[in-house]
Design a protein around this ligand. Structure first.
Ligand SMILES: *Cc1c(COP(=O)(O)O)cnc(C)c1O
Length: 234
C-alpha cells in the first residue's frame, strides 16, 4: 500500500499549491496534517518516508500505542479529537498540538501536566461555527470571554495559537464556506480585541472540503481518507 499513499500525498500537495496560488496565498502558509486515525503505523511511516511530518490522531489509546511504534522524533503530533478531561494527562509530551480545547477545566488539567513534564502544548480552541448540535466546541459568542478567562488564568505551557472548526456535513457548499469564513472573522476579532498577534492559526478543512477552507484562510488542513484511503468504521 506504500505507493498509493505516496501518490495520494503528492496529489494533495499539488492540489493545495494550485488552490493557494489561485486565491493569491503562499502554499507555504498552509500546513497539511495527515490524519492517520485508525490506520496502522506502517501507513504513517509510508507518509513519513515521503517527507510528511505533521500527523493527526483522535484517540488517546490509539496514539499511545502508535506513536512509540512509529518512533520518529521529528514528527509533530496533533490531537484533533474531543479530549475527555480524565485523559488530558496523556497529551503533553506525547502531542505537540491540541486542536479542540473547549473548557477551562481541560486547559488547567493540560497545564498541570505541561508543568510536570516541563513541555509546551500548542493549542487551538474549537468553535462550533455552524451550531451543529452533533458537534463539540464553543458557540461563537462564548469565545471572547473564554479567551479572557484563559489569559487570566495564565496557564503554564498552554500556547494559544488559534481556532479550529469542523465544516458542516452538507452538500451545500455555501453553508460550508460560510462556517469557514465565520471562523476567520472570529480569529481576526480575537487578534484585534485581545491583542494576541500570535493567534494566527486556523485549522479547518478535511478531505471533502479543504479547497473551500483554503480559500477562506485555513492555515492547517486536516486530511485523512484522501491520503490513507477510507477507514474501517469503528
Ligand atoms: C477524521 C477527522 C479528519 C479527517 O477526515 P477525512 O474526511 O478523512 O479527511 C479531520 N478532522 C477531524 C476532527 C477528524 O476527526
Amino acid at each position: 500500500m506504500t505507493a498509493p499513499i505516496a501518490n495520494r500525498l503528492q496529489a494533495i500537495h499539488t492540489d493545495i499549491d494550485d488552490i493557494a496560488r489561485q486565491c493569491g496565498r503562499s502554499p507555504a502558509d498552509i500546513k497539511l496534517i495527515a490524519v492517520s486515525k485508525r490506520k496502522p503505523a506502517i501507513d504513517i511511516v509510508a507518509a513519513y518516508d515521503c517527507g510528511q511530518r505533521l500527523f493527526g490522531e483522535n484517540t488517546v489509546q490509539e496514539a499511545r500505542d502508535k506513536i512509540p511504534e512509529v518512533n520518529k522524533t521529528d514528527i509533530d503530533w496533533h490531537f484533533i479529537g474531543h479530549l475527555q478531561k480524565n485523559k488530558a494527562k496523556y497529551i503533553p509530551g506525547l502531542f505537540q498540538w491540541l486542536h479542540a480545547l473547549d473548557s477551562i477545566n481541560l486547559a488547567e488539567k493540560l497545564s498541570a501536566q505541561c508543568k510536570n513534564k516541563n513541555v509546551m502544548l500548542n493549542t487551538l480552541i474549537q468553535v462550533n461555527v455552524s451550531r451543529d448540535p452533533n458537534k463539540q466546541g464553543l458557540a461563537p459568542e462564548q469565545l471572547p470571554n473564554f479567551i479572557e478567562d484563559l489569559l487570566q488564568a495564565s496557564l503554564y505551557g498552554i500556547e494559544l495559537k488559534g481556532l479550529m472548526t469542523i465544516g458542516l456535513q452538507t452538500g451545500d457548499q455555501n453553508k460550508i464556506q460560510a462556517s469557514f469564513a465565520g471562523l476567520k472573522l472570529l480569529q481576526q476579532q480575537c487578534q484585534e480585541r485581545l491583542g494576541l498577534p500570535g493567534f494566527s492559526e486556523l485549522s479547518m478543512g478535511m478531505s471533502g472540503d479543504y479547497a473551500l477552507a483554503i480559500r477562506e484562510g485555513a492555515t492547517m488542513v486536516r486530511v485523512g481518507s484522501a491520503i490513507f484511503g477510507e477507514r474501517d468504521q469503528s
